[in-house]
Design a protein around this ligand. Structure first.
Ligand code: SF4
Length: 284
């Protein structure tokens, strides 16, 4: 692969300004910390229009989240069916047999969520659904002003009154239990809790852990497969704070490092990446 500096038809760099000035506050979301930590170039390309166009998986994911929110807010089963049918009529899911199968899969995920919801009430109490969070994060000496912004699917409290963020996943393959302990998105939710993200709701700054809820995978005991991250201790809080600060620094620009990883084969930014053969030259 020739160096990008020798690519045919490469125009002058249009700007060498960073995305944020020194006075501006960088906002990062819990879900982007992982991408930023692994490959800042991928983050930059995805953020600026390089994501895959809306796929059926993301449409069904949005639908499942909306229906699960409605179900947890007390909407009756019959009404949920009506809403699902109405929403599904507007989805172009391809061949009728495939569309039927996908619609049934959405239904199944909703049933699995309801099973989890009913069983988990003995240990969790719902505080909010689809709750926005925005919290200032201490900056590094030479780092940018920084804020974590995002939205939590479910905010609960455990039996000790500690906040527990539950993130609903519609993907088919749960992460391992060990990987859940190091899951960046969950850790950043916990860090945000410690920094007072849910203070205005009168909740404690001591998190009770965080959970991933896989509604595509039934579990005999809990209803749906859960992956639990234990509450952060002081040492892990420091590590995750540094991770967020470094992620924020890496997205300021104007340069973005391409970092090879096992995720590269599935990266939507691959065709713009100088590390890979499929990265196309300008003019091709
Ligand atoms: S292909 Fe790999 S190195 Fe290139 S942008 Fe994507 S994740 Fe980064």
């Amino acid at each position: 692969m020739p160096h990008p500096g020798s690519w045919y038809g490469l125009p002058e760099v249009s700007t060498d300004s960073p995305l944020w000035t020194d006075e501006e506050t960088v906002s990062v979301s819990p879900s982007t910390i992982e991408v930023l930590s692994k490959c800042p170039l991928r983050w930059m390309v995805e953020r600026h229009g390089g994501e895959d166009p809306a796929q059926l998986a993301s449409i069904t994911g949005t639908l499942v989240h909306a229906l699960a929110q409605a179900a947890a807010s007390g909407v009756e089963r019959l009404e949920l069916q009506v809403r699902l049918d109405q929403a599904w009529a507007a989805v172009d899911a391809g061949a009728p047999w495939f569309s039927r199968r996908e619609r049934n899969r959405v239904q199944k995920m909703l049933d699995t969520f309801m099973a989890w919801f009913e069983r988990s009430r003995s240990e969790l109490t719902q505080v909010a659904v689809e709750r926005d969070l925005s919290v200032q994060v201490p900056r590094q000496a030479d780092g940018p002003w920084l804020r974590v912004r995002g939205r939590v699917d479910r905010l609960e409290v455990d039996e000790q009154g500690r906040p527990v963020v539950v993130d609903i996943k519609t993907g088919k393959q749960p992460v391992s239990r060990d990987d859940a302990q190091e899951h960046p998105q969950l850790a950043v939710y916990q860090l945000a809790t410690q920094l007072g993200a849910f203070e205005e709701l009168g909740l404690s700054e001591e998190p009770g852990g965080a959970r991933l809820l896989y509604v595509s995978k039934e579990d005999k005991k809990t209803g749906a497969a859960e992956r639990v991250q234990a509450p952060l201790d002081p040492d892990s809080s420091k590590v995750w704070l540094a991770t967020v600060q470094e992620a924020a620094s890496s997205c300021v620009g104007p340069e973005y490092t391409a970092t090879e990883s096992p995720d590269c084969p599935r990266c939507p930014a691959r065709t713009s990446c100088p590390l890979h053969e499929s990265g196309r030259q300008v003019g091709e």
